[in-house]
Design a protein around this ligand. Structure first.
Ligand code: GFP
Length: 810
């Protein structure tokens, strides 16, 4: 833990205020105060940050096109163990720490689970003393800001850097790297050795911006290095003798500036529907090439043998967006280090490992051959060679042509990035047990049969420090009071809470804490949307990206069903419910946007209908992201994890809710299965098709949404409401949703699961009536959530993948 005392802190704070702004604390804005505070904290950690870089242990580099960090101030104070001193010192200066915590911008450099997972992993690597660093892109604009206008999603550009920069970053111009695009590549035979001559390329500068990643209570500080794309500064002149003269004319110079800066301009929204775009390919190569060059530069500085790279360096690729790490590392080892193909290939495979995050084929990246050839001529040659050798290997095994075609890295038109990732790495992992089994038995079956030893599972996890200790401090303090502090560094200890399962006082306390978190959220909802929600109602929450497979629609149709039940029978017995949604739809994903409009229109109608006596409230919270999640999740009673079975690789929201004592209402999909295994059938509510049923429908057909609609009154009633004007102002959108269900036969089995879901919801209603029982279920969930800490996940990655075979890793 960092050592500071109040006087020293106050003095540093004042001095920093003068040096940064030449003014007194009294005249400063919250923004300035925040800058000063972050700057003082950076001073406190800076020496340690520099020292850490001298470590000689194996280094892990985690490449991810997204890092959804969330605000850093509170978690940095927590990890440094100085929140109290800072809070008190600031109070003496008449400054409220919470104001500054809330004034920090929330960098939205990710879409959802994938990017948030990367951020949790950074936190855990630092906290477990692993020298593990992130590489990514410093997007000028993160994921758009979502607003609702008349119930429609409207996207506003995200401006997280408005204050001229980001409070936690340090720019390092002396570490800038040149990335080469386009041009011509000639191979010249020099006495039997091929020399590569890359001419007329466009040089782009990758400017590193470093963010410190602080471990919990251990003085360990790692780095997240994000690259910004810029035109080449003239200092690089001698290194770029073969570069195109991009400053030829004024017009050329402008074009070049645009080309360069565009690369890190904006984060792509993701709708699990892959669309290859040149700019995205540029982004991928840009950060991969900069990162790999950076690693090799650092490695060589230590005067280590390049042939032993994999003994000191592990490179992990988060999904296929960084897959070009494979040919890029090959390029450097071959062209710059002069190794033979076999030597380079051996090192590459042994250095790189890969995580897959989806089985949905429409989300799998493919890049048109011609596009890659033009943009990255040398990389294309290397991929072609990797493919040629791999296909030869498969032919030697006498596989049939179709199988070889399926497994090849390049087909008639495209480069298949998942195939390249599997072939070029020593480990391929899925993110939950079911997902990994589906990869092995269905989606990547050919590869699994070919090299079974590469495949393994690493069930996702979450940073319990952010999602419990920091987001729900009351609950965290209660736990500490009951079982001591040790659970904070070893979450398995949470299990000790189980001895309190029949302790009325403890259960009541858990109920009270939930209630006060619900009050806090209710206050936010009232202030923001002027909707009154009752903290005594069940807070039933679904927050995640909006996607048809995640089935927000199923949730909404059930609400509509309940509404009808209440209208038909005003004495209908139900606990009051508040349904809370939070979700962004990718701007080009029309059906998802229609679902948002539907939910908002439904909310409008229900919330203003006096006939139902406030039994149901529906709130769609705008602009869902990390900060808002920290407010919502601790206040949830019910966690909606209702994806079509087989489609959600893992889920991580499910873990956050569980850890905060919400009861999971779920299909047996992704990590929900593992939550079920932890808590047992009495502490979770399960419904819906099994994985095999979904797979069988997909393979053999036999599902008719129309038949269900015609034969089931409940289904017909809610589906008809989409188009009969019962819910006003959504004619077009209602029709679109109706067509997805009836005309296009309900791809995600919403109608097939709805009866079962209604029953599951009735069960929730009954369970909630018994408060002691409910709180006991909450306690069992909290007590068994320890396994879902990302500390466990990262320890497994370290042991099974990154440090496998290393000394002391038994
Ligand atoms: C994706 C998958 C999730 C998985 C995360 C992290 O997240 O099932 O938990 O990656 O592995 F779909 P989203 O971007 O869809 O949230």
């Amino acid at each position: 833990m960092a050592k500071i005392n109040k006087n020293k802190f106050k003095q540093s704070f004042e001095t920093k205020m003068y040096s940064l702004y030449a003014q007194s604390i009294n005249d400063a804005t919250d923004e300035q105060l925040l800058n000063v505070l972050c700057s003082v904290i950076k001073d406190i950690i800076s020496k340690k940050w520099v020292d850490n870089k001298l470590d000689s242990q194996k280094e892990v580099y985690y490449f991810s096109i997204e890092f959804l960090l969330g605000r850093q101030l509170k978690s940095n104070l927590l990890n440094l163990g100085i929140e109290n001193v800072v809070r008190e010192s600031l109070k003496e200066l008449n400054i409220d720490l919470d104001n500054l915590i809330n004034a920090e911008s929330d960098p939205a450099l990710g879409n959802g689970g994938l990017g948030r997972l990367a951020a949790c992993f950074l936190d855990s690597m630092a906290s477990l003393n692993i020298s593990g660093h992130g590489y990514g892109i410093r997007y000028k604009h993160g994921l758009f800001e979502q607003k609702f206008i008349n119930g429609y999603q409207v996207e506003v550009p995200d401006n997280w850097l408005t204050q001229g920069g980001y409070v936690w970053e340090t720019v390092r111009p002396n570490k800038a790297i040149v990335v080469k695009f386009e041009g011509n590549v000639n191979l010249i035979d020099k006495n039997g050795r091929l020399e590569v001559n890359h001419t007329d390329y466009l040089p782009i500068m990758a400017m590193p911006y470093d963010i410190p990643i602080i471990g919990y209570g251990n003085n360990s500080i790692n780095t997240l290095r994000l690259f910004k794309s810029e035109v080449l500064s003239r200092d690089f002149g001698p290194l770029t003798v073969n570069a195109r003269n991009s400053y030829g004319s004024y017009e050329d110079a402008l074009k070049y500036k645009y080309y360069a800066e565009e690369i890190s301009q904006v984060l792509y929204p993701n709708d699990s529907n892959y669309a290859g775009r040149l700019l995205r390919l540029k982004q991928e190569y840009f950060f991969v090439s900069a990162g790999i060059q950076d690693i090799i530069r650092k490695y060589k500085k230590k005067k280590l043998d390049i042939k032993k790279l994999n003994e000191k360096v592990a490179i992990h690729i988060n999904d296929t967006h960084p897959t070009l790490c494979i040919p890029e590392l090959m390029r450097i080892l071959l062209d710059e280090e002069g190794l033979s193909w076999d030597e380079a290939w051996d090192i590459t495979i042994n250095t790189i490992s890969y995580t897959n995050h989806t089985i949905m084929t429409e989300a799998m990246e493919r890049w048109p051959k011609e596009m890659v050839k033009r943009l990255l001529p040398r990389i294309y040659m290397i991929i072609e060679e990797i493919n040629k050798r791999y296909v030869n290997e498969l032919e030697e095994r006498k596989y049939d042509h179709e199988k070889i075609y399926r497994m090849s890295i390049i087909d008639n038109n495209d480069i298949k990035m998942a195939n390249l990732s599997i072939v070029g790495s020593h480990s391929v992992n899925g993110v939950a047990k079911l997902h990994t089994e589906l990869l092995k038995k269905e989606v990547l079956k050919d590869f699994y049969e070919h090299e079974p030893e590469k495949f393994n599972n690493k069930t996702n996890g979450i940073a319990h420090r952010r999602w419990l200790i920091s987001a729900n401090s009351e609950l965290s303090d209660l736990i500490t009071g009951l079982i001591s502090e040790d659970w904070k560094t070893d979450t398995n200890k949470l299990k000790e809470l189980e001895i309190y399962r029949n302790n009325k006082d403890v259960l009541e306390k858990i109920g009270e804490i939930k209630y006060s978190n619900k009050e806090r959220l209710a206050k936010f909802i009232k202030e923001k949307y002027d909707i009154d929600v009752n903290p005594n109602s069940i807070f039933d929450v679904q927050v995640k990206r909006l996607h048809a497979y995640k089935r927000q629609l199923l949730n909404a149709l059930h609400i509509l069903h309940l509404y009808h039940e209440l209208l038909e029978n005003p004495n209908f017995d139900m606990e009051p419910r508040t349904f809370i949604f939070g979700a962004k739809a990718a701007p080009g994903y029309y059906l998802a946007k229609c679902i948002i409009k539907f939910i908002n229109s439904l909310a409008d109608k229900i919330n203003n209908d006096p006939r139902i006596d406030n039994k149901i409230k529906v709130v769609f919270i705008e602009n869902y992201g990390v900060s808002i999640a920290e407010l919502i999740i601790p206040a949830a009673d019910v966690s909606e994890q209702i994806s079509t079975t087989t489609k959600e690789a893992s889920g991580t929201g499910n873990m956050k809710f569980m850890m905060n004592g919400a009861i999971t209402l779920a299909t047996l999909d992704g990590a929900n299965i593992e939550i079920f295994d932890q808590v047992g059938k009495d502490n979770i509510v399960i419904f819906g098709l099994s994985a095999n049923e979904v797979l069988n429908y997909n393979k053999f057909g036999g599902y008719s949404a129309l038949d269900l609609y015609n034969s089931n009154r409940n289904i017909k009633r809610v589906v008809d409401d989409l188009i009969n004007g019962f819910i006003p102002n959504m004619e077009k959108e209602g029709r679109e949703i109706y067509d997805s269900l009836i005309t296009y036969n309900d791809e995600y089995f919403v109608l097939r699961d709805i009866e079962n879901y209604i029953e599951a919801q009735e069960k929730i209603d009954k369970l909630y009536k018994n408060k002691d029982k409910w709180n006991e279920m909450a306690l069992i969930n909290i007590a068994n959530s320890g396994v879902f800490s990302s500390d466990r996940t990262i320890a497994e990655y370290a042991h099974d993948i990154w440090f496998k075979g290393c000394e002391g890793n038994e």
